[in-house]
Design a protein around this ligand. Structure first.
Ligand SMILES: O=C(O)CCC(=O)C(=O)O
Ligand SMILES: [Fe+2]
Length: 287
């Protein structure tokens, strides 16, 4: 059956330890204290965002984001930030704010955190925020730009499941996309037999903790409470940078265009390909 090992949790991790034990071997880790000196940790509350930035119009997403059809990979609608926060902070709303660049309209918020010093190559122009209500899910994907991600958690808890890039076939990577078909919290081994042989990681991320997800790592997130996160991204080298650009160009455009032309057929074709790629991994470990 699917094997999930707990992500290491480290306090006081030095740069040297991080490079040797995590960045170079491409292994995830939770830093318990990377953000401990950030003003953001205490300052960024729901009230703070509502009163200071409630007037912003934000593009919100719901769970149609990953389903084939007109809602595919597009934002649902615009809302006032204040209304979005009201809808999600206590309720059961599947609305999410994804890759939210609040720092464009509110550059002063950049003073409230610092970029990690454990590696170089941070893309300082694009810190992003993610917001979601209790119960909302971010389906299994990897980040199209192939960056390393340092995601710091605020307020509530998030269950995170990760798979390394070399496990892509076993989790039914949907070709021409950065998506997988599986629901990792309730794996369906009849539908996806190769899943029995997959190995990954999991953790529950808490307020103030930062998870490092190496380049091209698959990630799934389940908001156990209302929470938000700040994602800081870095590019390790020219290779991953080039790969990211290729992904954005080829995959994204082809996928969008084919979904537009014939959503059902394109979805089915990708699904068939994902099954074919997983077939070699179905046998091993079967009971
Ligand atoms: O926290 C989230 O809602 C999603 C985070 C994510 O996918 C990312 O940081 O790449
Ligand atoms: Fe992501």
């Amino acid at each position: 059956m699917m094997q999930l090992q707990q992500v290491d949790r480290r306090t006081g991790l030095t740069k040297k330890e991080f490079l040797n034990e995590y960045l170079h071997p491409n292994k995830p880790v939770v830093f318990t204290d990377m953000a401990e000196d950030w003003p953001a940790l205490h300052k960024w509350t729901v009230e703070f965002f509502k009163t200071r930035y409630g007037y912003l119009e934000v593009p919100v997403y719901n769970s149609n984001y990953s389903k084939p059809g007109p809602g595919y990979m597009t934002s649902d609608r615009l809302m006032l930030f204040k209304d979005f926060l009201e809808a999600t902070e206590n309720g059961h709303s599947d609305l999410r704010l994804f890759l939210f660049d609040i720092f464009d309209p509110a550059p002063e918020l950049r003073e409230d955190f610092t970029f990690p010093t454990v590696m170089r190559g941070f893309i300082k122009r694009f810190p992003f925020m993610f917001f979601g209500g209790e119960g909302s899910e971010v389906t299994m994907h990897y980040d199209i730009d192939c960056a390393n991600v340092f995601l710091t958690q605020f307020i509530g808890h998030k269950h995170i499941i990760l798979f390394p890039p070399e496990e892509s076939d076993k989790i039914y990577h949907h070709p021409f996309t950065v998506k997988s078909l599986i629901e990792p919290e309730s794996p369906d081994y009849d539908k996806f037999p190769a899943l029995r042989n997959v190995k990954g990681y999991e953790t529950i991320l808490k307020h103030g903790e930062t998870i490092f997800m190496p380049t091209r790592y698959w990630h799934y997130m389940h908001y156990l409470d209302f929470s938000f996160g700040l994602a800081l991204r870095s590019q390790s080298n020219m290779n991953t940078r080039a790969r990211g650009l290729f992904n954005i160009g080829a995959h994204y455009l082809i996928d969008k265009a084919c979904n537009m032309a014939s959503p059902k057929r394109w979805h089915n074709w990708k699904e068939a390909r994902a099954y074919e790629n997983a077939r070699p991994f179905e046998g091993v470990g079967k009971r």
